[in-house]
Ligand binder design. Sequence first.
Ligand code: CO
Length: 211
Amino acid sequence: MHAIKKLLLENKAWAEEKKSDDPEYFERLSHLQTPEFLWIGCSDSRVPANEITGTQPGEIFVHRNVANLVIHTDVNLLSVLEYAVVHLKVRHVIVCGHYGCGGIKAAMTNHDFKQVLNMWLRNIKDVYRLHRDELEAIDDLDKRADRLTELNVQEQVMHLAKTSIIQRAWKNENRPQLHGWVYGLKDGIIKPVFQMTSDSTIDPLYTYDDL
Ligand code: CO
């Protein structure tokens, strides 16, 4: 059977199973979503947000891109963030990276991945440059990539805090909390590495004083 046909068959079986467990399931979900969490994760197929957190449809609003980056000119990411924070009123925003991330590893090479990927990976190289001394003190390249993965998540959380979307929500409603996590492909465990709340200090260069 074609792999693509199998997806549709599996979908039918899943829908039937859900309905037999809870006949109102789809009807209820179709009216409302009230997720508490926004997940910004890597596109990597091995890191599915719902599955690794034991959550169901309706519980996590999700955005994924290569190496879970928060780029201040990315209209896609920013519209997801604004919708989640302003309209869905999520209480937590999670940036979740993962050890063994291909994007992180690629950014540590000098390979030309062609312009579009070069542009994207360039953001990770900038994180590396900010933390070059710490990273280059680690001789083992896998361990260095692991540490860059953690620092990348921390940097992306700080990028969130630099947006007026987050600063306004912090000022008016003391939410959301921002979390930087790293998921382990080898053990399935999520390691929290960084956190920011409305009490956190942001570099004054990036704070808005007339929100
Ligand atoms: Co990845």
